[in-house]
Every structure is written in structure tokens, then in C-alpha cells.
Design a protein around this ligand. Structure first.
Ligand code: FAD
Ligand code: SIN
Length: 475
């Protein structure tokens, strides 16, 4: 155990973690960044279509906010949407000035009224951004990085988070920022890297933080059948069409994702026709499709939905603060309310940049105050530093993932959700409990027994450890 705490411990090295680490280190903090696997194990690394942000001449933050709220189905937290859309362009411009080689033309994706998605090589945005941020983090002396370090729990004493518990022992930190990504790999059909099984939700909730919106798992409609390979929405923005088994179009290709996903599930699968579009803009993705055995120039590609993005997570304010002192969350593992009931395409990388930065700045402020308090409370602190032992590693077996896919999929049956609620896995069980509580269909959450939206559920379900699910209104 390190007895001298880091100012900021960042868990996760995707876009949110890297942004938080770089922000904190640039302000002079000592930072340790931990990650379960290696760089390609984050969703950020695989992000394709790009980063939304109102940077076009015909665009404004207000228009971006309208599209975000429309996709979110009366559930977006408006203050968070304002922060995202107003601070977004500056974050995208920062990436440009760091040297991210964005394509000259902006992408168009579902639910956007303007071309506003900045991409690299059409669909290699995540790799380009995270590798550049990773290189910058590696060059900073004040950022230490430990890969292949599974965080198993949080170290909590006297009502505050003192760091994290790992198989190699506890790590002390004045403040801890969770940037651990989502839970979509808990579903057997998923776009996410295998480790993204919602560890942040499990350890955050176990440590005393509130969680919210866990019924909202976003399914991406166009994932290569039988694989994890995402076929970006930007392809549809550039003219790719969706066909049924008889070669007919059956859905508006750029409708919000939840609608397209349900339309595909209703017919049992679909084909993405790339034959007549300009495929040259997406060189890497075309190569991946060919590697998987399909020729995009001559044949429509079989696709179906897969679990993709976790809208819910650990409840935070607009500066990443959780219910637990010393603990922050940002990126996909946080529930700011910004996405409402359905995330607008490419708002997620932007969320990592905007809220990762804000969380780091807030954590820095608290770290400084903590140092002062700690000096006053040195004897008690020494006792707290007798750290607890680490909990067991959480694993998601293929059987569990198959069960989650069947019982909490695109179309949900309450009888199956009730079975999942009894799962010993904390995240699977929480998802089912939240989905059972939302007795309506809204955005990405669709129940066969309540297929319409009910204004009585216009709010966010929140659960605090030891409490009951409550519906809260976030402004
Ligand atoms: P991640 O990037 O997932 O990083 C999580 C980090 O936490 C990883 O480093 C992981 O190893 C670490 N971690 C997890 N558990 C533990 C643990 N127990 N201990 C230690 N470390 C742990 N969004 C967009 O906006 N635009 C896109 O074009 C886009 N395309 C996408 C394409 C794909 C294929 C996928 C999967 C997602 C895409 N998304 C896109 C969504 C977006 O990429 C993610 O929501 C976003 O990158 C999440 O970033 P993050 O930093 O919060 O988490
Ligand atoms: C995509 O490129 O289709 C994914 C974008 C996203 O998930 O935001």
C-alpha cells in the first residue's frame, strides 16, 4: 500500500479517464491512472462515427441541445444538456489543436438535424483520440499508469472514499474519479470489449453511492450478425440503406436508434446495403467487413442490434460529484441525466471530454481541501489507512450474459425481468429491478406489457444503498 496518497486516482483509461487524468495533471496534481486491461480494452478505443459538437457554420449549441433532448424522450436533464452542448465545441477544438486528424467533412448520424459529428477516417475516431491522449498522458511525469489492474472495490472509511482496492492491495488517494465505462458486455450480444460489465456500478453502489437509470441500455441497430463489429451510423448518414429479407427498405434509416433497433428485431434481422454509397470514406471499416468474409461492394451485410451504451450509472452532479465524499464519476459509468431515455449518436465521446474535465477540476478542489483537513485529523487518518482486504473479482460467465440478453433485451417481458432480478450478479439484478419499476416504454426501454409512454414516469429512477427505488425529477 502506498502511504502517501495520490491527489487524484483515476480508474479507467478510456476517453473520460484520460481527459480527467490530463486535466488534473495539467493543474499540478499527482495522478495515478489504473486500468483493468490495456488501451484497446476500452470502448473509447473502438468508437467509430465520431464526436458530436456544434462546430459547423450552420449549427449552434442550442440546435444540438434540441436534438439531444428530442432523442432523450422528455427525460434529459436540461442543465446537463446545456453544459454538454455549450462546452462541447471548445473540447472538440482542443482535440484539433492537439493534432487529432479529423476528416474535413462532418458526419451525419441518426437524430441529428445537422452534420455535426467529427470523425477520423470515417470510423476510426476512438482509436485516433485515445491514442493521442494516451501519448500525452504517458509523457507527463505527474501521471503514473498501471495497466492490468482490476479495481475490485472502493476503500471507504468515515463516510468518505479513500481510494481503491485492487488484488495487489489498497491504493490511497485524496480523491477518486471512476471512469470505468459501461455494462453492455454483460449482454451476450454487445459491441463493447469483454471487460465492460458494469464494474463501476457494482463497486460504486457497494460503497454507498446512488445509481440511476439502469433500465436504459441502448442497443445499436447495425452490428454485423454473429460478431461484435459495429457498422457505424455514419454509413447510413452517407446513404447506406436497411433492407429486409426480400430486399425492401422497411424503416427510416436515420430515425433514433431505439426505433431502428425495434424495427429490425420485429423482422428478425436486416441487411445493410453499402453498395451504392461512397465507401472510400471508411477505409478501415470496409477492410474489417471484408476480413469478416463479406464484400460490401457486391452484397448487403447482415446486421442486428447489440447492447451498446449504458445510459444509467452512478449518480453525479454536473461536476462528477457522487453521493460519497471524495468519489467522482465521469463518462459512460456516470448518470448525469444528459442522455435522458435515449442517447443521441456520438454524444458519448463528447460527454467523456466535457464531464471528464469537469470531474477532474472538482476533484482537484476537493483534494486541496482534504490535505488541509487531513493534517488536522492525522491520528484518525492513520487508523483509517489500516486498509481493508480486497473483495473477490467479479466475472460475467457466458451463461449470465446469455441470460441478460434473453431477459433484458430490446423487447422486455416482465416475467423474464422478474427472473433476472433474482440474479446473484449485482448489476444484472439492478438492471432488472429498474426495468420492472419503469412500467412504461420510453426511449431504449420497451416493455411488451406497457408499450406506450406514460407521463407518470417522467423522471429518473434512483436507488441508494439500503433504500427503495424512487422517481426523481432532475432539472
Ligand atoms: P471506456 O472507454 O469504456 O473506458 C473504461 C475504462 O475502465 C477501460 O480502460 C477499462 O479497462 C476500465 N475498467 C473497467 N472496469 C475496470 C475495473 N474493474 N478496474 C480497472 N479498470 C476498469 N460514442 C460516441 O460518442 N461516438 C462514437 O462514434 C462511438 N462509437 C462506438 C463504437 C463502439 C464499437 C463502442 C463499443 C462504443 C462507441 N461509442 C461511441 C460509445 C463510446 O465509445 C463510449 O461510451 C465511451 O468511449 C466511454 O468512454 P469511457 O471513458 O467512459 O469508458
Ligand atoms: C456509431 O458510430 O454508429 C456509434 C456512435 C455512437 O454510439 O455514438
Amino acid at each position: 500500500m502506498s502511504k502517501s496518497p495520490y491527489d487524484v486516482l483515476v480508474v479507467g483509461s478510456g476517453a473520460a479517464g484520460l481527459t480527467a487524468a490530463l486535466t488534473a495533471a495539467s493543474d499540478g496534481a499527482s495522478v495515478l491512472m489504473l486500468t483493468k486491461g490495456h488501451a484497446p480494452d476500452s470502448s473509447s478505443w473502438h468508437a467509430q462515427g465520431g464526436i458530436a459538437g456544434a462546430i459547423g457554420d450552420d449549427d449552434t449549441a442550442a440546435l444540438h441541445a434540441v436534438d439531444t433532448e428530442r432523442a432523450g424522450r422528455e427525460l434529459c436533464r436540461s442543465s446537463a444538456v446545456r453544459v454538454l452542448t455549450e462546452e462541447g465545441p471548445e473540447r472538440v477544438h482542443e482535440l484539433m489543436s492537439m493534432g487529432v486528424p479529423f476528416d474535413p467533412e462532418l458526419n451525419l448520424e441518426g437524430g441529428h438535424s445537422r452534420r455535426r459529428v467529427s470523425s477520423v477516417n470515417g470510423a476510426a475516431t476512438g482509436w485516433a483520440v485515445t491514442s493521442l491522449l494516451g501519448i500525452r498522458a504517458a509523457a507527463m511525469d505527474s501521471i503514473s499508469t498501471r495497466e492490468a489492474t482490476n479495481v475490485l472495490g472502493l476503500w471507504v472509511a468515515d463516510g468518505r472514499c479513500l481510494g481503491a482496492l485492487t488484488p495487489d492491495g489498497p491504493i490511497a488517494a485524496r480523491t477518486t474519479v471512476l471512469a470505468m465505462g459501461g455494462a453492455a458486455a454483460l449482454w451476450s450480444r454487445s459491441t463493447n470489449p469483454e471487460g465492460q460489465i458494469g464494474d463501476a456500478i457494482a463497486i460504486g453502489f457497494a460503497a454507498g453511492a446512488a445509481v440511476a437509470d439502469l433500465e436504459f441500455m441502448q442497443f445499436h441497430p447495425t452490428v454485423l450478425a454473429g460478431s461484435r463489429l459495429l457498422l457505424t451510423e455514419a454509413l447510413r448518414g452517407d446513404g447506406a440503406t436497411l433492407l429486409d429479407a426480400s430486399g425492401e427498405r422497411f424503416v427510416e434509416e436515420l430515425a433514433p436508434r431505439d426505433e431502428v433497433s425495434r424495427a429490425i428485431v420485429a423482422i428478425g434481422g436486416a441487411f445493410l446495403d453499402l453498395r451504392s454509397m461512397d465507401r472510400v470514406r471508411f477505409p478501415g471499416l470496409m477492410a474489417e467487413i471484408e476480413k469478416a468474409g463479406f464484400d460490401p461492394a457486391t452484397q448487403p451485410i447482415p446486421v442486428s442490434p447489440a447492447a451498446h451504451y449504458t445510459i444509467g450509472g452512478i449518480v453525479t452532479d454536473l461536476d462528477g460529484r457522487t453521493d460519497l465524499a471524495g468519489l467522482y464519476a465521469a463518462g459512460e459509468c456516470a448518470a448525469t441525466g444528459v442522455h435522458g431515455a435515449n442517447r443521441l449518436a456520438s454524444n458519448s465521446l463528447l460527454e467523456c471530454l466535457v464531464f471528464g474535465r469537469r470531474a477532474a477540476l472538482a476533484a482537484l478542489g476537493e483534494a486541496a481541501a482534504w490535505t488541509h483537513r487531513a493534517a488536522e485529523a492525522a491520528p484518525r487518518l492513520a487508523q483509517q489507512l489500516q486498509a481493508p482486504t480486497s473483495p473477490a473479482v467479479r466475472v460475467a460467465s457466458p451463461e449470465l450474459c446469455e441470460q441478460v440478453w434473453r431477459q433484458a433485451g430490446v423487447i422486455r417481458d416482465p416475467a423474464l425481468l422478474a427472473q433476472l432480478a433474482a440474479s446473484p450478479d449485482p448489476v444484472a439484478s439492478l438492471v432488472a429491478r429498474f426495468a420492472l419499476a419503469r412500467l412504461e416504454s420510453r426511449g431504449v426501454h420497451y416493455r411488451i406489457d406497457a408499450p406506450t409512454t406514460n407521463p407518470a414516469f417522467e423522471g429518473h429512477f434512483v436507488l441508494r444503498p439500503g433504500g427503495d427505488l424512487t422517481l426523481e425529477h432532475w432539472t
